[in-house]
Design a protein around this ligand. Structure first.
Ligand code: GLA
Length: 406
């Protein structure tokens, strides 16, 4: 049995099938075709809404959009991945409130592209209607940012079609606004920036305070290593309140410490900061949230230093320490993620951690090339023994960010 699958061939299906599907749905050729990737985050979890550091890389899995502008203010949305046919909306009636012309539950996916149109128009940008068809190979609910891929591919298409001239950073901010205010998920800026700004062969070292970033070479294969993604198939749902609760807890911590954001607490002053915090029965515990954010920002900086020194293997223990912090202090892991991480490490992985928002989704495992099959098989066997659904395991090779294909 093949315990893992190569991501690249299955991950990207190219522009032609999406162009053909657009023609079949709308009866004409699209004006253009664009792509935006899913992501995994190497390190820096839940730091993005604390003005901190993150380090995502783009997956070869992409969302591809074929789009044509319209002059009549109508927005037609169709997905090769969803049932329900064309969702048709009028752009001047798009509202984030439930009483607006928000897509019905059976067209929930359509809230993402519709939200992007809404956010652009709300920002005063001259965006009109469009016909859009999307196909995606980014797994949904797997913590791999399928939502951001859909938002960013829509924004990039509109940016080109309506000649808006926006930078990738501006597209990231607008798509985050769409997700926060229109879809109603209080996410940070990492996923949208990853989809917009990542480049092949690199991880993106991003300062979420000002969106300054640096492409850091991340060629694991050249060092005899491999980065596996273990999709636990436990669906995560960021809108369920636990994410918002963590976010509110971090803001409470920053207020109590008198800093604009937890990013402003230096790692060297963590003990003092924790001692300053009052004892209150907060759930989740504010001290533990602060400890995670401050140590996690420090881990990102340590990972960057190792990668700059050309030593990918050295980041393994930092990944594993990041998992312990997310599990014990931030309290957002789950049995399946812990099992994937513990089993991979016991089978010889160099490092492993959950990635993304938590409560399910995916883990990443850094492993010697020679041990990749053994580690994958051990994780698969452990899931079977525990009665969990079989995980989907694939190799992550950093792919390109959002781009025009045709
Ligand atoms: C989700 C959010 C991101 C980020 C991560 C956790 O993916 O969309 O903004 O907060 O969780 O690092």
């Amino acid at each position: 049995m093949i315990a893992h699958e190569a991501a690249t061939p299955a991950a990207e299906h190219g522009a032609a099938p999406t162009e053909a599907a657009f023609r079949a749905v709308y009866g004409a050729a699209p004006a253009g075709i664009w792509a935006a990737p899913g992501r995994v985050n190497l390190i820096g979890e839940h730091t993005d809404y604390n003005d901190g550091f993150v380090m995502p890389l783009a997956l070869p899995h992409t969302t591809i959009a074929a789009v044509t502008p319209r002059t009549d203010g109508v927005l037609r949305l169709h997905s090769g991945n969803a049932e329900g046919g064309i969702v048709e909306l009028r752009i001047d009636t798009l509202r984030p409130a439930p009483d607006g012309d928000r897509p019905a539950p059976d067209g929930r996916w359509a809230a993402y592209p519709a939200g992007v149109v809404w956010a652009m128009r709300e920002a005063g940008l001259p965006v009109g209607g469009a016909d859009l068809h999307v196909d995606s190979t980014v797994p949904t609910g797997a913590g791999l940012s399928s939502s951001a891929a859909l938002e960013v591919v829509t924004a990039l298409a509109l940016n080109d079609l309506y000649a808006l001239g926006l930078t990738p950073q501006r597209l990231a901010r607008l798509t985050q606004r769409a997700e926060n205010a229109f879809v109603g998920v209080p996410c940070g800026i990492m996923d949208q920036t990853a989809a917009a700004c990542c480049t092949a062969g690199h991880a993106l070292f991003l300062d979420t305070r000002d969106l300054r970033s640096r492409q850091v070479p991340f060629d694991v294969a050249a060092q005899g290593l491999r980065l596996l993604v273990v999709d636990t198939r436990v669906k995560h749902e960021l809108g369920d309140g636990a994410y918002a609760e963590r976010r509110a807890g971090c803001e409470r911590g920053a207020r109590a410490l008198g800093v604009p954001a937890l990013r402003d607490v230096p790692h060297a002053q963590l003990a003092d900061a924790l001692a300053t915090l009052p004892d209150t029965p907060d759930m989740p515990d504010t001290r533990a949230l602060v400890r995670h954010i401050v140590t996690e920002n420090h881990r990102v900086e340590e990972v960057v230093a190792h990668l700059d020194a050309g030593d990918i293997r050295a980041i393994g223990p930092l990944l594993t320490a990041g998992h312990a912090s997310l599990r014990d202090d931030f309290a957002i892991s789950c049995a399946e993620l812990d099992l994937a991480v513990d089993t991979a490490l016991a089978a010889g992985a160099v490092g492993a951690r959950m990635t993304g928002g938590g409560f399910g989704g995916s883990a990443i495992v850094l492993v010697d090339e020679a041990a990749a099959d053994t580690v994958s098989a051990a994780v698969t066997a452990a899931f079977a023994a525990a009665g969990h659904a079989a995980p989907r395991i694939f190799t992550a090779v950093p792919g390109p960010g959002a781009r025009r294909l045709a």
